[in-house]
Design a protein around this ligand. Structure first.
Ligand SMILES: [Zn+2]
Ligand SMILES: [Zn+2]
Length: 90
């Protein structure tokens, strides 16, 4: 059985196959999926911050996954993953 790719549109409650196209076509006040996510799916309503505590940037929005990435960049991701590993500098 193929995994369902249907989403419920939170605006009009319709089951739609391609949410992105549906929203862009039917809900003209929503310019993109990021706006839709923040308005209808996000708990906070504001973009999250990068998961690396020292970083204050907003990660990019993953349109396919319908969520924000954890880190703003690969650099931050690597740094946080290697957080416990001490690097010898120099
Ligand atoms: Zn809709
Ligand atoms: Zn970052």
């Amino acid at each position: 059985m193929a995994a369902s790719t249907y989403h419920s549109c939170m605006i009009c409650k319709k089951e739609v196959n391609r949410l992105k196209y549906h929203i862009l076509k039917e809900h003209k006040d929503i310019p993109d999926l990021e706006t839709y996510f923040l308005k209808y799916l996000s708990q906070t309503g504001v973009p999250p911050k990068c998961d690396r505590p020292a970083c204050n940037k907003t990660p990019s929005f993953d349109v396919r996954g319908m969520r924000y990435n954890r880190f703003c960049s690969v650099k931050c991701s690597n740094k946080q993953t290697n957080f416990t590993i001490k690097r010898v500098s120099g």
